[in-house]
Design a protein. Structure first.
Length: 178
């Protein structure tokens, strides 16, 4: 996260970032969770810390209002891991995956952002990589026709499969088969 993004979360009292970072106010010597409802400090007075401990080591006291000292969980990390586990298990069953992702209870956009933030890769790319690994595996280890492999990995047809493969591997799947 950039400081601008952190400041935005603080300005909006966004509790999605509780546990992800803390902000400390130089004029008061107190540090808070992003969601703290106390009056918004001046931007110039604010510093950011990754953990509660770091803020304390730097000489700040926990806020009595938001109890920033009791906040050590990382909901975003947990969400990101949950999403990743779901994808790893059911990336090839899109409608089931979509349903499971919905059950997490946050918007698709937010899931996409959280995943990118945590793993440095977009959801789409991540799934594409999994597909590609599976394709390579099947090409090397089975005698299945390429068209059958394409369908089993969820491609609508041979041409979309072909361009997907060529774009990522640089050669056509025919060279890998067998
Ligand atoms: Zn506070």
């Amino acid at each position: 996260m950039t400081e601008d993004e952190m400041w935005k979360a603080v300005s909006e009292n966004d509790d999605a970032y509780d546990g992800i970072f803390f902000y400390a106010v130089k004029s008061t010597g107190i540090y808070c969770r992003p969601s703290c409802k106390s009056k918004l400090p001046k931007r110039d007075n604010v510093g950011f810390f990754d953990t509660s401990i770091e803020a304390q080591v730097a000489g700040f006291r926990p806020c009595k209002r938001c109890r920033s000292d009791l906040c050590d969980y990382q909901p975003i990390k947990e969400i990101a891991q949950e999403v990743k586990t779901l994808i790893d298990e059911m990336w090839n069953e899109k409608h089931i995956l979509d349903k499971q992702l919905k059950n997490i209870g946050i918007s698709n956009r937010r899931i996409v952002d959280i995943f990118k933030e945590e793993y440095g890769i977009t959801l789409t790319e991540y799934i594409a990589n999994l597909r590609l690994e599976e394709v390579k595996f099947l090409l090397k280890t089975t005698d299945d026709a390429i068209i059958d492999i394409a369908y089993s990995i969820g491609f609508g047809g041979i041409s979309s499969f072909y361009s997907f493969f060529k774009k990522r591997v640089g050669i056509s799947p025919w060279y890998i088969e067998g």
